[in-house]
Design a protein around this ligand. Structure first.
Ligand code: ZN
Length: 358
């Protein structure tokens, strides 16, 4: 083994390196080796026994793998600049259809998480990493590190902090969940996920603009911290709910909201499958799960309610607040029903690029 090799990362890979380096994926300290990968895919645990439901891998071409195998260490670059180091320990490939069936419950390529996994380069490299330079993308200024959020929560004296995952412009159902959480906690950490998303998902700019309007105008801003999480959206439903909870634990949250069809897409997962899976790991996550039902609007109750509090569900007086419907209304240039999305939020995102393009 001689000298050091270089490997140029793409944007997604750089963000994964950054998350590992910042401790967002703790206890992971590198990209997964083969034993870890299989342990995670098959048992949702690291070989140490710690819960970890999704693979975090570094994919490379066969030529890059060969180059790296012959070197003592690897400098990870982005745009030609060294941003990290990898100590490569393991080069492997996997049976992709089998792996995605376990992780996503399907090998259908129309599932965006499956498609993303299948598009990765053929060889995975495992080994510990060191982050030398943080990312500085357009979105990075809105990102807080786990150290920073922990310091903010401590400074504010928060004991109970609820984490909220989102990839949407906030509508009234999100707001309802956040208010419920705040009734039970000292503070709320809203952390929109803005990494690689499928075409048709909201852009980071509109999600943040929507949340700035919500937090600035409708929530007590001394009880809410807003910061993005830049990582790939996996659309892995229940497994990703567990992953999202672990990440928020690492940012210092004590509680995490799992609502209806968390991290799901297009009906691949049951409405409350993520509730069930998180329950399986109860007491083993280092964070408590707040399992909440999906709020909807009821004309008789005259407000946002859930099946826990309203007896009219399923009748024609209730109106589901679906992110998909909301997107359609916005893309058609219409004003969403103000009972479902606040006009001030619609105004705040006016003129911004709404959706991620492929
Ligand atoms: Zn009702």
């Amino acid at each position: 083994m001689t000298g050091r090799a270089q490997l140029e990362l793409d944007r997604n890979q750089y963000l994964e390196l950054e998350k590992i380096g910042l401790g967002a994926f703790a206890p992971l300290d590198g990209f997964m080796d083969e034993a870890t990968f299989h342990s995670v895919v098959e048992t949702m645990r690291l070989p140490s026994g710690a819960v970890f439901p999704l693979p975090v891998v570094l994919d490379v071409s066969e030529a890059d793998a060969e180059r790296m195998q012959a070197s003592a260490g690897v400098d990870l670059t982005y745009d030609g600049e060294v941003v990290g180091e990898l100590e490569p320990r393991d080069f492997y490939s996997c049976d992709r259809p089998a792996a995605v069936r376990q992780v996503y419950g399907t090998d259908d390529d129309s599932h965006p998480g499956v498609a993303f996994f299948n598009r990765q380069k053929p060889i995975f490299v495992g080994g510990p990493v060191r982050l030398l330079k943080r990312a500085s993308f357009d979105i990075s200024a809105d990102e807080l590190t786990p150290d920073e959020t922990r310091a903010i929560f401590a400074e504010r004296g928060w004991q109970r902090v609820v984490g909220f995952q989102t990839r949407n412009v906030p509508h009234r159902a999100h707001e309802y969940l956040q208010r419920v959480a705040l009734e039970h906690a000292d503070g709320l950490f809203v952390q929109p996920l803005v990494g690689h998303k499928r075409a048709g998902d909201y852009t980071p700019q509109v999600v943040m603009a929507g949340y700035r309007a919500l937090v600035g105008q409708f929530l007590p801003d001394n009880k809410v911290v807003l910061g993005i999480l830049s990582t790939v959206m996996r659309y892995a439903g229940p497994r990703e709910a567990v992953f999202h909870a672990l990440i928020r634990r690492n940012y210092g949250c004590t509680h995490f909201i799992v609502g209806r069809d968390h991290a799901g897409v297009g009906g691949w997962y049951g409405r409350y499958e993520a509730h069930e899976l998180t329950r399986r790991f109860e007491g083993d996550l280092g964070i408590e799960i707040m399992r909440l039902h999906g709020p909807y609007f009821c004309a008789v109750c005259d407000g946002i309610v859930t099946e826990q509090t309203c007896p009219h569900q399923g009748s024609d007086v209730t109106h589901e607040i679906s992110g998909t419907d909301m997107r359609r209304v916005l893309v058609e240039g219409h004003q969403p029903d103000s009972r479902l999305m606040r006009p001030q939020i619609v105004a705040a995102i006016d003129g911004l690029p709404l959706f991620v393009e492929d």
